[in-house]
Ligand binder design. Structure first.
Ligand code: OAD
Length: 251
């Protein structure tokens, strides 16, 4: 575990004091301390329900009610969750450093709730919905905070068809504008990869793009990932603790 006296924690604090261009990629581990299960850890979401049953267009086409019960329940649980110290520190950085970008794979909205500026949601949002039929009258995605929905699948207010969750499923492409913004953020001085297993692409490739662009890449995770052997600094520990320790040194 990275301790406050850990030379790596001090090294990162020194790098931050130079007010560099900072980009951050986050994953489910950042929200673990807020009570939101990760996907691939023991008792992670994909342990209980395989992704092919709830996180593909094919699964939705087969059984939209089943898929929606999974997302409706995640939305309901999210109402009880709050940003943790890790989200707070990243939000403080977003206000302090003029050139800060955060790309998150998380769909929980906790970075935004913590007040983080310049967040790019790579995999959509649990609070967004869209028309499954992509009816011409409807926008691509819009926010709907109804919890629980009166019927599942919920009804598209534009065409009377079914709504779908506004998250990116396996087999679906990422919005090209989102990819463009995230790739632009890989041109930075410090690139943090925090709380992600770094196995889902194209998100994980942002880490290596940043490296190719000359960024110093820093990983914060209690476990090693496929990226760990390639990053410049690996700080082993929970993000809510490690980020707090870095922030404490920054005063
Ligand atoms: P994973 O569940 O794959 O990985 C979570 C990571 O968080 C692991 O590497 C853990 O070691 C780490 N972790 C656990 N507790 C932590 C803590 N307190 N602080 C920091 N790290 C901690 O989640 P993601 O990498 O986010 O996509 O998964 C990527 C994508 O796969 C998700 O966005 C989702 C999923 O399928 C879609 O649904 C499209």
């Amino acid at each position: 575990m990275a301790e406050p006296s850990d030379p790596l924690v001090r090294e990162v604090a020194l790098l931050l004091e130079k007010k560099p261009r900072i980009s951050v990629l986050t994953g489910a581990g950042v929200s673990a301390a807020s009570g939101i299960p990760t996907f691939r850890d023991a008792q992670g979401l994909w342990e209980g329900v395989p992704p092919e049953d709830v996180a593909t267009p094919q699964a939705f086409a087969r059984n939209p009610g089943f898929v929606w019960r999974f997302y409706d329940e995640r939305r309901r649980r999210l109402l009880e969750c709050h940003p943790n110290r890790g989200h707070e520190v990243l939000a403080a950085w977003s206000r302090r450093y003029p050139d800060f970008s955060l790309i998150t794979q998380n769909v929980d909205g906790l970075h935004e709730l913590a007040g983080t500026a310049n967040v790019t949601r790579f995999h959509g949002s649990l609070w967004d919905v869209g028309c499954w039929e992509e009816c011409v009258a409807s926008p691509h995605r819009w926010r709907d905070e109804t919890v629980p929905f009166p019927s599942l699948p919920p009804v598209c207010p534009y065409c009377g068809g079914s709504l779908r969750p506004g998250v990116v499923w396996f087999g679906e492409g990422i919005d090209p504008h989102v990819v463009q913004k995230a790739e632009a953020a890989t041109r930075c001085d410090l690139f943090f990869t925090i709380g992600t297993s770094a196995v889902v692409f194209p998100a994980a490739d942002l880490i290596f793009q940043a490296q190719r662009h000359g960024a110093t890449v820093i990983e914060i995770n209690p476990e090693k990932t496929p990226a760990s052997s390639r990053v410049d600094l690996f700080l082993q520990g929970n993000s809510e603790i490690v980020l707090d320790r870095i922030e404490a040194l920054l005063g």
